[in-house]
Every structure is written in C-alpha cells, then in structure tokens.
Design a protein around this ligand. Structure first.
Ligand SMILES: [Zn+2]
Length: 153
C-alpha cells in the first residue's frame, strides 16, 4: 500500500507522539482530531482507525460508533463555539490520504454568505500563516475534551 498521511498520523498517535489537537479523542474505531490545514478554528475531523477508502466498506461497529460520535462531537462543538449546527463532509479524495475521514465543521449563527454550505471549504488547505497557532489549537482541543467528557463519550 502506498504511504497514507492519515495512517502515518495514526501511527504517531499510537506512539504518543501527537500534539493534543491531533489526538482530541480516541474511540474504538475513530480518532477525533483538529484539521491541520484550515483557517477555521473548530474544524474537526473523525478519522477511521484503519485504512478504508470507501464508506461502503465500514464494519457495522465502525458505522455505529460513527453515528454516535457525529452527534456527540456536534454537541461538544455547539457548547464550545455557540454554533447553530454542524456541517459533515466526507470525500477521501486526497492523493496523499485516500482514507475515510469525516469533516465536522461548526456552522455559526451569523456565518458570512460566502462561507455557507460547501463554500466553507475555501477555509481548508490554506497557507500556514492563515492557520490558528499551535497554542490556539491545543486550547481548543482541551476545551473540547471537557465538553466530550460531559456528554459521556
Ligand atoms: Zn490510511
């Protein structure tokens, strides 16, 4: 199998080498991380803990945990950001990581028209100088962990 960026990060988490924002929560089948290349603080990603390239290939257990996590992560995001709802997207189209992962993005009450729906994707893949700092990401991750614990994840 060619190298997969998602699997490489998974290995770092397994070794305890990942920063807090890249290891917010580890479930039986899914890891919760903050997106590394976004300007949108709170842009989370649920990454499947094994290399699968299509949702059709998820096991029943993986699918079941995903459903519960989408709900709980959305509740935690609402508590932390005040978002009115969350957007969920899955493509697995990156050449460097064709690995099932779900983007979970807070949709704010007064979100700008140019950021509504799929247009929010313009905040992904941004240059380094537009991304939140490491300390901002870790502070967000820490707060989110607290909210997730409240929902008994
Ligand atoms: Zn992979």
């Amino acid at each position: 199998m060619p190298s997969c960026h998602s699997c490489e990060r998974m290995t770092d988490r397994d070794k305890g080498n990942a920063p807090l924002w890249d290891s917010i929560y580890r479930g039986d089948h899914w890891d919760l991380v903050h997106a590394y290349n976004t300007s949108w603080l709170g842009w989370l990603v649920l990454v499947l803990r094994r290399h699968v390239e299509a949702i059709a290939d998820l096991s029943p257990g993986e699918a079941q945990e995903l459903g519960a996590l989408l709900r709980q992560v959305s509740q935690a995001l609402k508590k932390e950001t005040g978002c009115s709802k969350t957007y969920v997207m899955q493509f697995a189209e990156s050449a460097s990581h064709p690995h099932v992962h779900f983007h979970v993005v807070p949709r704010m009450p007064k979100q700008a028209p140019e950021d509504i729906s799929y247009k929010v994707l313009r905040h992904l893949g941004v240059p380094l100088n537009e991304r939140p700092s490491e300390s901002e990401l870790n502070a967000f991750a820490h707060a989110l962990r607290g909210h997730l614990a409240e929902t008994r994840i």
